[in-house]
Write a protein that binds this ligand. Structure first.
Ligand SMILES: N[C@@H](CCC(=O)N[C@@H](CS)C(=O)NCC(=O)O)C(=O)O
Length: 217
């Protein structure tokens, strides 16, 4: 366990919400520092000195800075072992790691094709194509999450025990509910919505959602 309070750089509703929830789950004090996307603060020299990639989340723990949600989530869990956020059982651990990898490198990226097509294509027509494909791959990804959760019979993503995979799934659930995707989450993704509602019953989740101004599931 580190001595100083960790500092999370986040933007409301962004993928950093997963790390934010994980920090709340530890029960340890931490600082939540908002990065103002509306003012492009993620590209300001001060923030680039923290995370040269210009993205959130970033976590500062003393002199140590870590970026990338899966790494941050694991770091938080490992630094606060007592919170039980990282499974001990090898298969549950592998399942947790599988979710983290898929959330960040598959599902998040599918969504980014809709939100940030300029990252993936230059011309207007090509970007429109990227967006259209993004809608398809995102929907397919969301449906696959639903199938997995519906078929697992477990309350949490990695099995019987809660883990840092669960907050990540909640972030994506809120994106599904949001204006860009506008999915009928309860109707089309009922198992995922049950999971989101279980999440919403956790005091740590409610605190993080309240701080970010996001409605509970
Ligand atoms: N691979 C990174 C992605 C982080 C990321 O793209 N974060 C978005 C918010 S969800 C961001 O900071 N966007 C700022 C921008 O694109 O300017 C991770 O998993 O942490």
């Amino acid at each position: 366990m580190s001595n100083s309070a960790m500092c999370l750089f986040y933007s409301p509703g962004a993928c950093s919400l997963a790390s934010h929830i994980a920090l709340e789950e530890t029960g340890a004090p931490f600082e939540a520092r908002r990065v103002n996307f509306a003012e492009a603060e993620q590209r300001s020299p001060a923030y680039l000195a923290v995370n040269p990639k210009g993205r959130v989340p970033a976590l500062r723990d003393g002199d140590f800075v870590i970026t990338e949600n899966p790494a941050i989530l694991r770091y938080i869990a490992r630094q606060h072992r007592g919170a039980g956020l990282w499974p001990e059982d090898p298969q549950a651990e592998a399942r947790c790691a599988e979710w983290l990898a898929w959330c960040s490198s598959g599902l998040h990226i599918a969504y980014a094709h809709i939100r940030r097509p300029e990252r993936y294509a230059a011309g207007e027509a090509a970007q429109a194509d990227v967006v259209a494909r993004g809608f398809e791959t995102t929907r397919a990804g969301w449906e696959e999450v639903e199938r997995k959760l519906a078929g697992s019979g477990d309350p949490w993503a990695a099995g019987a025990g809660y883990s840092v995979a669960d907050p990540y799934l909640l972030v994506l659930w809120t994106w599904g509910r949001g204006q860009v995707l506008g999915y009928d989450m309860a109707g089309d993704f009922p198992a995922w919505t049950d999971h989101a509602r279980r999440m919403g019953e956790r005091p740590a989740v409610r605190r993080a959602l309240a701080r970010e101004g996001i409605a509970a599931p």
